[in-house]
Design a binder for this molecule. Structure first.
Ligand SMILES: [Mg+2]
Length: 228
């Protein structure tokens, strides 16, 4: 089969995220001790508390609003001034470049796809700034034809809307595209529903597809080329 477009989900496929969250939160907590005079671990506790609350409000909270909600609620509980709150909201992005790296083989794979004149799109859960910074830090940005964070839509994956939008953007049909993701339910089921081919990228974070589902899976990004 010849594909004209490959869609990646980004986190834990092209980007190696393993351990990045605890590292970034630790850096933020250290800065909070220095700048806000908080005791060690205080901001981590608040982050955890409001992440749990954010997950309990999936209907009212868009995926790109989770970070904003969590840090704003923490700032309110700490009675921070608007200026301090503004600083706190930017810390995640300050530290993100220190903890992000590309997955092994990601750059070579994207280079090969470009040589084959295959379009490359990122359809990833979250907001634009976060995803842009990750791609820029990992030096993958020059290969990307479309960066489409799902915060653009009222519903996150597994809604098929982001994939539909991507196909329309490139004026392509479902059979022209291949979707690769590490989360079966979120990344791959909407693609299968639309009639796109998929490849599962094996990950420890989300677990494999259900045992009765037969789809190609890969362990190394370079193996993706066998499916294009
Ligand atoms: Mg992922």
């Amino acid at each position: 089969m010849t594909k004209k477009l490959v869609i990646f989900d980004l986190d834990d496929t092209l980007i190696d995220n393993i351990g990045s969250w605890p590292r970034i939160l630790k850096l933020i907590d250290q800065r909070a001790q220095k700048k806000l005079g908080l005791p060690p671990g205080k901001l981590l506790k608040l982050h955890k508390k409001y992440m749990i609350q954010a997950r309990q409000e999936p209907k009212s909270l868009r995926v790109d609003g989770v970070g904003y909600y969590v840090w704003s609620r923490a700032a309110h509980e700490l009675k921070l001034t608007p200026e301090e709150t503004h600083d706190l909201l930017s810390w995640w992005f300050d530290f993100l470049p220190q903890v992000i790296k590309s997955s092994p083989g990601a750059k070579d794979l994207l280079k090969t796809l470009k040589k084959k004149k295959i379009k490359i799109a990122i359809v990833s859960s979250g907001g634009f700034h976060n995803k842009f910074l990750k791609l820029k830090t990992a030096k993958l940005l020059p290969f990307i034809d479309l960066l489409l964070p799902t915060g653009f839509f009222s519903q996150d994956k597994p809604s098929p809307d982001p994939y539909r939008y991507t196909l329309n953007y490139f004026h392509l049909q479902p059979q022209d595209a291949l979707v690769i993701g590490d989360h079966y339910e979120h990344d791959l089921t909407p693609a299968l529903d639309l009639g796109m081919n998929v490849v599962y990228f094996e990950s420890n974070r989300h677990g494999p597809p259900p045992p009765d589902i037969t789809i190609p899976s890969i362990k190394k990004l370079s193996d993706l080329l066998k499916h294009i």
